[in-house]
Ligand binder design. Structure first.
Ligand SMILES: [Zn+2]
Length: 321
């Protein structure tokens, strides 16, 4: 049976080899797969993606920006590295070579989107670089895999109207900018109003949650999803399922929400079920999430996706698993 999971052990970027010891969004796919294998008593199959070609990347990003990625200074800027955070003396690989990792993980998003069109639900156990703008990268995001996957599938005429549901702690500003003025892509971003990025962009629908309103997070999310579906009838959905609004996220900048696991589990279940019930294809990507525990959020989301797609779990026997 074809798998609807996309992953590669090569997703785990060897940061020290690039001279970096910053706590980026570390690999969560392996943790999720290990936990699912424990639940099932067997290993789950996944498909390894092909890296994107630079031609595919150029459907979204400007030639000048892509050229600038050959310069290490551009990468230091994207990763916001301060003095001493890039140890060039111990690095064995130049920073621009990290493009290969981004091309692979972004190829995973395109493959997951193709699988969603075929199978209904699919997930890339990585990706979600929603802060990459067409002409610049930032916030650890080099190329916008979400925008590239949508643009490629639209140009192949496989889809016309796409809804992006972005629930990462941070606004999906790069994706919103990439599709500003495109009536066929509806960008919905539910994020913390407080914290980075200080200047927000304009999505089709933005819900900026204030810290004082975090008790109403699920209520606001459900209302926003209802509103998006009243305004827009998508052929498919890209679900940007960041885990950095979790209370165990360690990035100081995410302190404004700090939501419990049960809330995030309900968030992801609600989103997956909303589109599975309507038989609208949905591809999930991981996006942000920092520290050793955030994989727990992704685990529950992937598990729900597998339950609803009927590929790994039977919902009727869920209680017994
Ligand atoms: Zn984030």
């Amino acid at each position: 049976m074809e798998t609807n999971l996309v992953f590669s052990p090569a997703y785990n970027t060897d940061l020290p080899a690039f001279g970096l010891d910053k706590p980026f969004a570390l690999d969560r796919g392996e943790m999720v797969l290990a936990r699912l294998a424990r639940d099932l008593g067997r290993t789950l199959p996944y498909e390894t993606p092909l890296p994107l070609t630079m031609e595919q990347v150029a459907t979204v990003h400007t030639a000048a920006y892509l050229e600038s990625l050959k310069d290490a200074a551009t990468w230091l800027n994207i990763f916001e590295l301060k003095d001493g955070e890039h140890k060039s003396a111990t690095a064995t690989k130049p920073l621009p070579e990290m493009i290969d990792d981004f091309l692979l993980k972004s190829g995973g998003t395109l493959l997951a989107a193709r699988k969603a069109l075929k199978m209904g639900l699919a997930a890339n156990l990585g990706g979600g670089y929603h802060h990459a703008f067409p002409d610049t990268g930032r916030g650890f995001c080099v190329i916008n895999d979400i925008a590239i996957a949508i643009t490629c599938l639209k140009s192949e005429k496989l889809i016309k109207k796409v809804l992006v549901v972005d629930v990462d702690f941070h606004q999906g500003d790069g994706t919103a900018t990439a599709f500003a003025g495109d009536a066929d892509v509806f960008t919905l971003s539910i994020h913390s109003e407080e914290g980075w990025p200080e200047v927000k962009q304009k999505s089709s629908l933005d819900v900026g949650v204030l810290e004082k309103d975090k008790g109403r997070y699920l209520e606001l999310l459900k209302a926003a999803l209802d509103e998006a579906l009243q305004k827009f009838a998508p052929d498919m959905v890209i679900f940007v399922a960041g885990s950095d609004a979790y209370e165990k996220d360690i990035l100081p900048g995410t302190r404004y929400l700090r939501l419990p696991l049960a809330v995030l589990q309900e968030r992801d279940r609600y989103i997956i079920d909303t589109f599975a019930d309507r038989e609208i294809p949905l591809a999930m990507v991981f996006a942000g999430g920092y520290g050793p525990d955030v994989w727990e959020v992704h685990y529950h989301a992937v598990r729900r996706l597998l339950e609803r797609s009927g590929t790994m779990f039977d919902t009727k026997t869920e209680a017994a698993v």
